[in-house]
Design a protein around this ligand. Structure first.
Ligand code: C5P
Length: 290
């Protein structure tokens, strides 16, 4: 029997870095919103061992892939010596700030736990997820969330009224940004590195009203500072989208810019204007909120 799972991505409506920690990570507060752009994963029980394949040949299919590592950790923690064949069909751009790889790892943990009769409790899955990467626990659930710590401490939230029936235009510039690079380079921007806590809660309060415009004035991402310095085009993208009436921000450590639009028709119109202005080279998608 083959198990098919969709693996969604996210945007960060706010990513406020609060300072560098002794362990080299950064404390932060972030508001994460699931987005309905998905990779697909299939799982099939097999002889002992993990066999991973992927349509994107630029991705490793061994321990360099988070899906492989998640499967390894699952089998070890569950004490299971069976194996699995996994295929990953990528649709989410790579190194894009959309958490595609993190979502793939979380989906793998959830799928294998289901396939083998739920040997691991949710707390154990969260612990394994947090060990694999800061964003991964978020993808074990399917709601918007406020996350703190290094991003692994999740408080799930109800869907935001301000985002009801909205659509998101995603714009990927055709190059990725490495997350470690973005965090390292934040050191040169002391204001962005040492944000004041409380902005996430304020944004959440505003997202609970119907007033997207007011809520969007609280969208913020500390990691825009290093990203915009190295890639000024990303700042121009954001300004263009804002000038066209959308609430725009870079997601995560970049390189994707997203724009929350009134609805899908408006998002497509803004996408067309964007293409006329900047040419056809960016990857674009109009997606709903999961
Ligand atoms: O946890 P994850 O593997 O996603 O982190 C990738 C890198 O991003 C870390 O090695 C670290 O350099 C940086 N990072 C950080 N603070 C965080 C999350 C990530 O410094 N809260």
């Amino acid at each position: 029997m083959i198990m098919l799972k969709k693996s969604p991505c996210k945007v960060n409506l706010l990513l406020n870095i609060l300072g560098r920690r002794p362990d080299g990570f950064h404390d932060l507060e972030t508001v994460m919103q699931p987005v309905n752009l998905c990779d697909e994963l299939t799982f099939e029980r097999a002889q002992p061992g993990i066999e991973l394949s992927c349509n994107d040949k630029s991705l490793p299919v061994d321990g360099g892939n988070l899906v492989f590592r998640a499967a390894e950790k699952f089998f070890f923690a569950a004490g299971i010596s069976d194996g699995v064949k996994i295929h990953l069909e990528k649709k989410i751009p790579l190194a894009a700030g959309l958490g595609g790889g993190s979502g793939n790892a979380a989906t793998t943990l959830l799928a294998l736990n289901e396939m083998f009769g739920n040997p691991l409790a949710p707390e154990k899955l969260s612990e394994i997820a947090a060990g694999l990467g800061s964003d991964i626990p978020f993808f074990l659930q399917h709601q918007p969330a406020l996350a703190v710590g290094r991003g692994e401490k999740i408080r799930a939230l109800d869907n935001f009224p301000a985002l009801a029936n909205r659509a998101i235009l995603l714009i990927h510039p055709g190059f990725g940004i490495s997350t470690p690079w973005a965090y390292q380079n934040l050191a040169r921007f002391p204001n962005a590195l040492n944000g004041q806590p409380g902005r996430a809660q304020q944004l959440v309060t505003r997202l609970r009203t119907n007033d997207l415009k007011t809520a969007a004035s609280d969208f913020y991402n500390s990691l825009e500072a290093p990203a915009f310095e190295k890639f000024p085009i990303l700042k121009l993208y954001k300004e263009f989208l804002a000038a066209n009436g959308a609430a725009a921000l870079m997601s995560g450590s970049g390189s994707t810019t997203f724009a929350v639009c009134e609805n899908a028709t408006v998002a497509r119109e803004i996408g067309e204007k964007f293409k006329s202005k900047f040419g056809p080279n960016c990857w674009m998608a109009v997606v709903g909120l999961d």
